[in-house]
Design a protein around this ligand. Structure first.
Ligand code: CA
Length: 222
């Protein structure tokens, strides 16, 4: 797929420039930003066909950025870039709505191949309705209309996972995968406590959707 627009979110200027050149040589149109905030702004102006997101951004976790975008209904594929030693980061990327990951350093041929593969897979999933919430990955705030509420990082990730699948049930184990580090032992009552707090915060946000329990299945934002 040539001329697909790729947004590269990477704070290392040198790496960003090199990735940009490399992908342009592979036939992609590339735009680049260095922070989560800039990425949110750029995407609101023009939706890219795919994103390459560094997990370690200066103002946000790249996975929280991805969740915020998914919560707004963005379905473009996302490839995360992670540091070599960040094994749990790599694994947790999938729970945050990423489609693939690459460990630094990587080759362009590989990045281009992964991008083509994810672009080919994209769009097969049907439309997910956005939840009417705006999630800010830099402040971990959830906003609805003019009101906003501050969430903890874990609450933010739980809400992101639910909002990315708004109207559809999300299983408990998928919530755990998204909101806690890989391998964390999370008891049922711990999730219940977090969900209770999150529900309270959503109730304080006029017009916000609610989290419904679907017994034996999971949870649904509606
Ligand atoms: Ca970085």
């Amino acid at each position: 797929m040539s001329d697909a627009l790729i947004l590269v979110v990477e704070d290392d200027h040198e790496l960003r420039a090199v990735v940009r050149r490399g992908l342009e040589e592979e036939g992609f149109a590339v735009s680049g930003v260095g922070t989560g905030r800039e990425a949110m702004k750029r995407i609101s102006e023009q939706a890219p066909d795919a994103l390459v997101i560094d997990v370690g951004l200066p103002d946000a976790d790249g996975r929280d950025l991805c969740q915020a975008l998914r919560a707004q209904g963005m379905q473009s594929p996302v490839i995360f870039l992670t540091a070599r030693d960040a094994l749990t980061d790599r694994l947790a990327g999938f729970g945050a709505g990423g489609d693939d990951y690459l460990t630094k350093p990587f080759s362009f041929a590989e990045l281009a191949a992964r991008l083509r593969a994810t672009l080919n897979r994209a769009g097969a999933d049907g439309k997910v309705s956005a939840a009417g919430l705006r999630l800010d990955p830099t402040s971990h705030e959830a906003a609805c209309g003019e009101h906003s509420v501050r969430l903890t990082p874990t609450e933010f990730r739980l809400l992101g996972a639910l909002a990315a699948q708004a109207g559809r049930p999300v299983r408990r184990r998928d919530l755990v995968r998204t909101a806690w580090p890989d391998g964390a032992v999370v008891h049922d009552n711990t999730i219940d406590v977090y969900l209770a707090r999150l529900r309270r915060k959503l109730r304080a946000l006029p017009g916000a959707p609610a989290i419904a329990t679907m017994h034996g299945i999971g949870y649904r934002l509606q």
